[in-house]
Write a protein that binds this ligand. Structure first.
Ligand SMILES: *Cc1c(COP(=O)(O)O)cnc(C)c1O
Length: 387
């Protein structure tokens, strides 16, 4: 049995994952089953009835996620977006209002702007690093949720989780934190006062770019019931194979994150020495406006690094096209390093909106390869782009 007192790495390896009592199998089985035999009508074994409602492989992952975020219950979904959609329909009703960040994940903005708005959920955009601006955007009596990402994507802004939790609670709203970029290893929002944590487990939790998944974790009986009901009623659940892959990845989250952070620090140091780069964006830098806050609420500063190129959009695109170890691609959080041009790729749909990103921006998801290879690759790509 695991206890909440165990350290993070012990929980990652053991929570929800006791050896099978019958066979001793150390690793949870992939329960590829849709239904369960009942011992007489209504005689469910350990509550299992139908795999949309619950599946033992998914349960293992959900218990592990809850332990890592220090919540009372976790829920696993088919994708991060499925988690967000289910959560928002569990928390909000038509006519409600939400405050969302000016630097949100593009898919999250699209969900609010193109899907939930037509169902009557109204939103305002606020600069999430500014607690007073968020307070001003709240409409007491109508705002049901303040939605935060920290660090943000791709500009790595830092939101004050404890401060925003106060703003939300003063207004009778809930604070939801998308903890995808930090992962539970670097930041635990529930302990800072947030009501709900969301993850795209596709990213650091899974960590191997081999699965798409999402999660929600809460620490409140009423929220547990509402989300459990909607998870089953809507049905966008994580399947047993996907749950197993995320769980396999999550066991090494701690060691992976430390290496992501080590390598990101090396990359940042290298980029600071390159004259064609005008701005290196990383919360671990003292020059970052959210550095002090990040130091308080994060264990380390993560594996995501962004930078701006003096040569403008074309030079930024050229760098992305010229790397060989950094793979040109969307997504993040896997063991392999990725590079992308947010303006033309992940954030192309934000053009012309308050979420538009600078065109000379490059985003790196720094992987866990040999750091010297990453630096050499960036050096040759920057040299080529400068020609
Ligand atoms: C990727 C991502 C999502 C969406 O998750 P999917 O698994 O792609 O559906 C949400 N938030 C953040 C911060 C992300 O990076």
């Amino acid at each position: 049995m695991t206890t909440p007192d165990f350290g993070f790495e012990t929980l990652a390896i053991r929570a929800g994952q006791e050896p099978d009592p019958r066979t001793g199998a150390v690793i949870p089985a992939i329960y590829a089953t849709s239904t369960y035999q009942q011992d007489g009508v209504g005689g469910l074994r350990e509550g299992y009835e139908y795999s949309r409602t619950a599946n033992p492989t998914r349960t293992a992952l959900e218990q592990c996620l809850a332990a890592l975020e220090h919540g009372s219950r976790g829920f696993a979904f088919a994708s991060g977006m499925a988690a967000e959609d289910t959560l928002l329909r569990a928390l909000c009703t038509p006519g409600d209002h939400v405050v969302i960040p000016n630097d949100a994940y593009g898919g999250t903005f699209r969900l609010f702007d193109k899907v939930l708005k037509t169902w009557g959920l109204d939103y305002s955009v606020a600069p999430i690093a500014d607690v007073d601006a968020v307070r001003a955007a709240v409409e007491p009596g109508r705002t049901a949720v303040i939605w935060v990402e920290t660090p943000t994507n791709p500009l790595l802004g830092i939101a004050d989780i404890a401060g925003l939790a106060e703003v939300a609670h003063e207004a009778g709203a809930l604070l939801v934190v998308d903890n995808t970029f930090a992962s539970p290893y670097l930041q635990q929002p529930l302990a800072l006062g947030a009501d709900v944590v969301v993850h795209s487990t596709t990213k650091y939790c899974g960590g191997h770019s081999d699965v798409v998944g999402g999660a929600v974790v809460v620490d409140d009986d009423d929220l547990e019931d509402r989300i459990a009901f909607h998870q089953n009623a809507i049905g966008a659940v994580a399947g047993p194979f996907d749950s197993w892959l995320v769980l396999r990845g999550i066991r090494t989250l701690g060691v992976r994150m430390d290496r992501h952070c080590d390598n990101a620090e090396r990359v940042v140091g290298f980029l600071l020495g390159r004259p064609e780069i005008t701005d290196v964006i990383y919360p671990g830098l003292e020059t970052h406006p959210g550095h002090v806050l990040a130091t308080k609420q994060m264990k380390r500063f993560g594996g995501m690094v962004s930078f701006r190129h003096r040569g403008g959009e074309q030079a930024a695109v050229d760098v992305c096209n010229a790397t060989r170890v950094f793979i040109l691609g969307e997504s993040l959080g896997g063991v392999e390093s990725l590079i992308e041009h947010p303006g033309r790729m992940t954030h192309a749909s934000a053009a012309g909106s308050p979420l538009e990103v600078p065109s000379d921006l490059v985003r790196l998801s720094v992987g866990i390869e040999t750091a010297d290879d990453l630096l050499a690759d960036l050096a040759q790509a920057l040299d080529q782009a400068g020609r």
